[in-house]
Design a protein around this ligand. Structure first.
Ligand code: 7GP
Length: 829
């Protein structure tokens, strides 16, 4: 009876009765209700966090409603679904995006205004979940937005890190890291699901036997067990479905270890609980050597095991058989971080569900698909066999078994010994280790790169042997970004101007921006385009002042590079050019320089010395330039601390020039490049990653191309690249490099930048010196064009008009077609 009354209530929700309404009045009522009943606040004691939380809860109700509706629909239709496995997510602030997706920005603003409150202040209050390092995590979140919008039955699995990516502060010019306590004020967006929890085992040993039915049986006798509990956050699509991001938190299986407790050692028992919870404490910053980090492997296994158990549970409680698992689900592995899932699914099938190996392998290989995000050799994950065997003894056995069958297949096919050694899941050079990219490739039905160029290089370099063996397995899906967050929400000025001209259809179809092409030379439109950009630059100017104390002039060219700090991305190439400008200005040769503000932001991995030194170099140049009256009329330099999604949303709309200057062949795709162009910035860039496709789309005359191609880089290397020669033969470059150890720049500490200087002169692994001239002369063209406002604006409009391809909606459609074979199940509202 009880059940029926719940059901009938749910039904009535469907017909509108008892709905959480979307009118201003509904929002006001619920908001006050939350403040009073949920938070128990009296007006006099209400803090701004209370107000934010009450509104967040009000909106979460509406988001959950969408989610519940979507799930019902998926279940009704018995739809095939996608599980996205990612160790990282960077959703950014939820509130503003949910308001946009529910189309209640105005209603909410009005409700708050009537109560004497301000929506913008509330939006400012939100602390974002920094559960990722950079591009890979943000891509996962853009994909969630599009999966929900397109109505793809899906769930995003990951880790609920208590501390996300570190907070960056700048002290005396250096990066300092502090902990990111994003949960300190609570997290109103998540729903804890104590009843959705699974046990995950670690360590110990295995026992092989033949059971009563004469079946070969392996038992894993673990050393310890940990419980994972689900925390669900609804992620909304635009005018459409809601999906769930399900993040796992680690806890002790029992709060107390009773055997110890009984002995009277209470504190030792509690300690065990604390140690278990360590697993989901902190996100590891990337770019560091992680191969020895036991806790990192435990994190990966922990979340993957919880997620697979959850999926099997979902599958079987609906009365389905495991042999159909791959028909109901595809699992996308976001890089190799979750690739231990291949071995775990085999273990669950074979050991726990008594499936035969061949059948289990068949299903497993038809379930997973793997996305690679990097070609950098140092970033390709490997786990020492000794470590893996200690933490996951059964998985090591399974990996060996997969490998021996795989190598057997290669031998049968006549592969050479060398090839077999190269393709093996086990790297026998030095300390034996498991190559996770090989495990992911062998265990998947599709492997993709993230841009045309990257996918091509993946096939010809890192996974070349595999591409020869299984050419059909390899494909490309070029990345995309959600234009709803990165244009509609964060650049309302431009979004409104565009909607005024072409309507709002672009929110779900970015290709309709093509219609803007015809306005590219319209002078009125150009003027309004420039006004919007100027307003955005004024807002950023204000923010820069608050954050750094530096005053910049919004009329100047805003030349921006924001992304993780890494040598391959070549932030220091931009700095070398700035130093050249400084020297020119000091020399009185100011003609042809367009007044520019150079803006940098990005985090360096805490253990990456040269990256941190690059930050120090930027802040040193900033100090020198900004304080020099002779110079600061022409150029200013800013380093904005603590780059994150929230900050990014302020920066992209205000940029005139986007710096995408990595050494060709190193940036798998880049996604910042797309966000900038979408907001009307022109790009100066190399033929790397998605730059290639962006240039193809916007037209080569609307893109500042410089630098060597991947082939030329290779050739330079083959010919024996000697960076010193460029230093010797190019007086301008010599002057700039020598300036790195000048008293002027280093304030007397002339040794400060020597490590960078030597690195460039002796190895220059990313060929900055070789590309320097090409970069500088492209900058001259930039300056020239900047002075022709009409031409610049025309190109800016054309860039935006031709961004259609780079919506993550298109990427997700590609995944659906090329990889997942799923159909949308969209809510009709
Ligand atoms: C990044 C790539 O560096 C970037 O080029 C790409 O756009 C992005 O992924 C999304 O595909 N990679 C990472 O953020 C990362 O952590 C290590 O890669 C596996």
């Amino acid at each position: 009876k009880h059940n029926r009354s719940i059901e009938s209530y749910f039904e009535s929700l469907g017909t509108g009765a008892g709905e959480v309404g979307l009118s201003k009045e509904d929002i006001t009522k619920d908001f006050l209700h939350k403040l009073f009943y949920h938070l128990g606040r009296v007006p006099a004691l209400t803090t701004s966090n209370d107000i934010y939380t009450a509104m967040a809860l009000t909106i979460r109700d509406r988001a959950l409603r969408k989610f519940v509706r979507s799930i019902e629909k998926f279940t009704q239709q018995d739809a095939r679904g996608i599980a996205y496995f990612s160790a990282e997510y960077l959703p950014g602030p939820h509130l503003g995006n949910n308001l946009l997706n529910l189309e209640i920005v105005d209603e909410t603003k009005a409700a708050l205004t009537e109560l004497g409150l301000d929506l913008d202040e509330l939006l400012d209050e939100e602390e974002e979940p920094g559960l990722g390092n950079g591009g890979l995590g943000r891509l996962a979140s853009c994909f969630m937005d599009s999966l929900a919008t397109l109505g793809i039955p899906s769930i995003a699995y990951g880790i609920r890190y208590e501390f996300g990516i570190f907070k960056q502060e700048i002290r005396e010019g250096w990066q300092m890291e502090t902990t990111d306590k994003w949960l300190h004020n609570g997290n109103p967006w998540e729903v804890m699901r104590p009843e959705i929890s699974y046990v995950v085992k670690f360590g110990g040993r295995t026992e092989h036997s033949t059971n009563g039915q004469n079946r070969y049986q392996v038992d894993w006798l673990p050393e310890s067990e940990i419980k994972g509990t689900a925390y669900d956050t609804p992620i909304l699509g635009y005018q459409s479905n809601g999906i769930i991001m399900r993040l796992w938190k680690a806890e002790a299986v029992e709060s107390f270890d009773f055997s110890v407790y009984n002995m009277g050692d209470y504190y030792r028992a509690v300690e065990k609980k604390l140690r278990s919870e360590n697993i989901t404490k902190v996100l590891y910053p990337n770019d560091e050597n992680l191969s020895g980090k036991e806790l990192r492997l435990k994190q990966q296994y922990f979340f993957v095991s919880c997620s697979l158990q959850d999926m099997i549970n979902l599958h079987t409680t609906q009365g389905r058989e495991l042999k159909n698992f791959h028909e109901k689900f595809a699992i996308q592995l976001n890089d190799t971080h979750p690739s231990i899932a291949v071995a775990e699914l085999m273990r669950l099938f074979v050991d726990e569900h008594e499936m035969e190996w061949d059948e289990a392998w068949d299903i497993t290989r038809n379930t997973f698909a793997y996305t690679n995000h990097t070609l950098l050799p140092e970033a390709l994950e490997k786990w020492a066999v000794s470590l893996l065997g200690r933490i996951l003894p059964r998985h090591l056995e399974i990996i060996y078994e997969i490998n021996s069958r795989f190598l057997e297949e290669l031998r049968d096919k006549g592969f050479s010994g060398d090839q077999i050694a190269r393709m093996s899941l086990i790297d026998e050079n030095g300390e034996p280790s498991v190559r996770m990219a090989h495990l992911a490739t062998v265990g998947s039905f599709k492997v993709n790169g993230v841009s045309e160029l990257h996918s091509r290089l993946l096939k010809s370099q890192v996974l070349n042997d595999f591409a020869g063996l299984w050419p059909q397995k390899f494909t490309n899906v070029t990345n995309g970004v959600t234009h709803r967050r990165f244009l509609a929400m964060s650049n309302p000025g431009l979004a409104n101007l565009i909607s005024e001209k072409i309507g709002e259809g672009w929110l779900t179809d970015l290709t309709s921006f093509k219609e803007l092409e015809k306005l590219a030379e319209n002078e009125d439109f150009q003027k309004r385009w420039r006004e919007v950009k100027l307003q955005n630059k004024q807002a950023l100017t204000q923010f820069i002042k608050e954050q750094t104390g530096v005053t910049v002039d919004p009329e100047m060219l805003f030349d921006v590079q924001v992304k993780r700090i890494h040598e391959y991305k070549r932030q220091h190439l931009m700095v070398l050019h700035i130093i050249d400008l400084y020297l020119r200005i000091k020399d009185g040769k100011t003609e042809n320089i367009a007044a520019s503000t150079f803006i940098f932001a990005g985090k360096a991995a805490p253990g990456y010395f040269l990256a941190k030194l690059i930050i120090r170099l930027i802040t040193a140049v900033a100090e020198l330039v900004n304080e020099d009256e002779e110079v600061n009329r022409f150029i200013k330099v800013v380093f904005l601390p603590n780059f994150n999604v929230k900050q990014a949303q302020r920066i992209y709309p205000a940029a005139d020039l986007s710096e995408q200057i990595s050494m060709a062949g190193k940036e798998a795709s880049g996604t910042g490049n797309m966000k900038f162009a979408l907001n009307g910035a022109l790009t100066i860039g190399t033929l790397d990653g998605a730059n290639v496709e962006i240039r193809e789309e916007v037209g080569e005359e609307n893109f500042f191309l410089f630098g060597q191609t991947t082939e030329e880089i290779q050739q330079t290397r083959n010919e024996g690249y000697r960076p010193y020669q460029y230093y010797e033969e190019n007086p301008k470059l010599k002057k700039v490099l020598d300036f790195l150890s000048s008293e002027e720049l280093t304030k007397g500490d002339t040794e400060l930048f020597k490590p960078l200087y030597h690195n460039l002169l002796q190895q220059d692994p990313y060929q900055l010196l070789k590309d320097f001239d090409s970069y500088c002369s492209k900058k001259e063209e930039v300056f020239k064009l900047w002075n022709d406002k009409k031409e610049w604006t025309k190109k800016s409009i054309l860039n935006v008009a031709r961004m259609g391809k780079f919506s993550s909606d298109r990427s997700i459609r590609d995944y659906c077609e090329k990889i997942w074979n799923v159909k949308p199940v969209k809510l009709k509202e």
